[in-house]
Design a protein around this ligand. Sequence first.
Ligand SMILES: NC(=O)c1ccc[n+]([C@@H]2O[C@H](COP(=O)([O-])OP(=O)(O)OC[C@H]3O[C@@H](n4cnc5c(N)ncnc54)[C@H](OP(=O)(O)O)[C@@H]3O)[C@@H](O)[C@H]2O)c1
Length: 297
Amino acid sequence: MNFLLTGATGFIGNRLIAQLLKRQHTVGYFTRKVRPSPLRHVGQYYWDFNAPPASEPFRDVDIVVHLAGEPVAQRWTPEVKRQIRESRVMGTRSLVNTMSRLAKPPAVLISASAIGLYGDRGDEQLTEASRPGKGFLPEVCEEWEEEANRAERAGIQVVNLRIGIVLGPEGGALKQMLLPFKLGVGGVIAGGQQWMSWIHVDDLVSLLVYSAENMVVGPVNATAPNPVRNSDFTHSLAAAVHRPAIFPIPGFALKLLYGEMAEVLLGSQRVLPTAAQAAGFEFAYPTLDGALKQLLA
Ligand SMILES: NC(=O)c1ccc[n+]([C@@H]2O[C@H](COP(=O)([O-])OP(=O)(O)OC[C@H]3O[C@@H](n4cnc5c(N)ncnc54)[C@H](OP(=O)(O)O)[C@@H]3O)[C@@H](O)[C@H]2O)c1
């Protein structure tokens, strides 16, 4: 199949390209900065997100995977919040505008979303049928998904992949957490009762490819089937790097450091991959200990 990606130069996108090429798919991507690349058969197309992308790169494309967006894991100043929202809501809107006007649109749009959609939900078990939460991130995610869903009017099947905490060696949460844990200064966050819904990056990429190849549609929680409390996550990570985790991090310290973004680290989301499992997807790393063992070996 022919894939066209956005956000392909990021943490998830890099892995996705490698997997798609391995499976003999054809890949091209939009980027804000065309760079020299060793991947000579992968087309790069400039798009700065302020206007709809050109239609030419969509020629013969079967699947569009939309991953682009301003990073969420940073201090949320008013300007950063504007960029987080606009890059996703306006970016998705202009992408869908171009796709909808094509004489022969792609069959499927797989658009990244996030479990941040559910907000802070304590011990509640969250499936794709659960209602969205309240606050900045849930509202951005809801608008982001609504923009993607507009593609359905042009006959394009839409998958909103509600991605959890992605664990991989090259980026994301694990890379940020690893140094303090290796130094032995990692610890439980704010009492540790909050649920963390994580996924191994290889399972996320496999689920993305599985959704495309098996025509899975609708919202899909991209999280492993065994979410854990922060206290369990902390002890598993400490054990995996053979260090103690004896320095608890109080919630107020995170709020001082990250401001409003601390709500992402303090919130509780116990998310279950109901749609993925109903569609027959099998996780290679269903448990956290297994995932960390593979990642930190
Ligand atoms: N990693 C996670 O744990 C996680 C969890 C939940 C959801 N997600 C979502 O999954 C998607 C991919 O995640 P990722 O971790 O791979 O992201 P990433 O490494 O931050 O990369 C995203 C890509 O988006 C583009 N981008 C960055 N800032 C942008 C802006 N202001 N406007 C438009 N494009 C911008 C960049 O591509 P170019 O420079 O080539 O344009 C970048 O390579 C994101 O939408 C993210 O919110 C990720």
